[in-house]
Design a protein around this ligand. Structure first.
Ligand code: ADP
Ligand code: MG
Ligand code: MG
Length: 207
């Protein structure tokens, strides 16, 4: 079970995590993109962290505000995608004071559906979706096996890391990296790396 306070802790941890890993994410983006993914994510999540001193009716209200803030501060491809993720996550959590593992699963699924609708990526396109898709599957499987929020998120984060590693040999079919064609192969996708960090942060702080 997770509460609004846990979501606050998550978003605070996320800002610290993105700051800590900004250089690494930007390094990945310099190989197959425009070398800004780390600074984009650090800037956006710092703006989200600045929202955390206000009070919110529930986690859904905070996540909605976080999503709008990411859209307006990050820009590029990842701003609208992560922004949509948080905005859509809010839907299934509306009015819930206690977030059970299945509730969070529904929220994660809604968020990832938003990413897909917006970015139109499919599995194997070498995007953040290649981390999200196995993460959702692992999360649901863990919940079915009786795991709580924390255990299910740990399973999701591990699956995301495998998905991230699996992007290395792929040729990008979406986003800037796709402009490189075959030369995009041999590098990890930066968005799949930030998605893994986001889920690792959630596993540390929620549940
Ligand atoms: P930009 O490419 O505009 O500079 P970022 O560098 O912040 O934006 O983010 C790049 C990441 O966004 C990529 O590594 C990839 O994971 C993700 N991405 C790009 N386009 C798409 C898309 N259409 N669907 C899903 N993810 C995408
Ligand atoms: Mg970039
Ligand atoms: Mg850019």
């Amino acid at each position: 079970m997770a509460t609004l306070d846990d979501v606050v802790a998550w978003l605070r941890d996320l800002a610290g995590t993105m700051k800590e890993h900004a250089a690494e994410l930007t390094e990945l983006d310099s190989a197959i993109g425009d070398a800004d993914h780390g600074t984009n994510m650090a800037r956006g999540t710092a703006a989200v962290a600045a929202l955390l001193d206000e009070s919110y009716d529930d986690a859904a209200a905070l996540l909605k505000k976080a999503g709008m803030t990411l859209v307006s501060t990050v820009g590029g491809a990842s701003g609208p995608l992560y922004g949509t993720f948080f905005l859509r996550m809010a839907g299934p959590l509306a009015g819930k004071e206690q977030i059970e593992a299945a509730d969070l699963g529904a929220a994660l699924r809604a968020g990832v559906e938003g990413i897909q609708q917006r970015g139109k990526a499919e599995a194997g396109d070498k995007t953040m979706y290649d981390a999200w898709a196995p993460a959702l599957e692992a999360y649901d499987e863990a919940v079915s096996g009786g795991q709580d929020v924390g255990g299910s998120l740990r399973a999701a984060a591990e699956a995301a890391a495998e998905g991230r590693d699996g992007t290395e040999p792929l040729v990008a079919r979406k986003g800037r990296a796709s402009y490189l064609g075959d030369r995009s192969a041999g590098h990890l996708d930066p968005g799949a790396a930030s998605t893994t960090l986001l889920l690792e942060s959630a596993a540390r702080t929620l549940g």
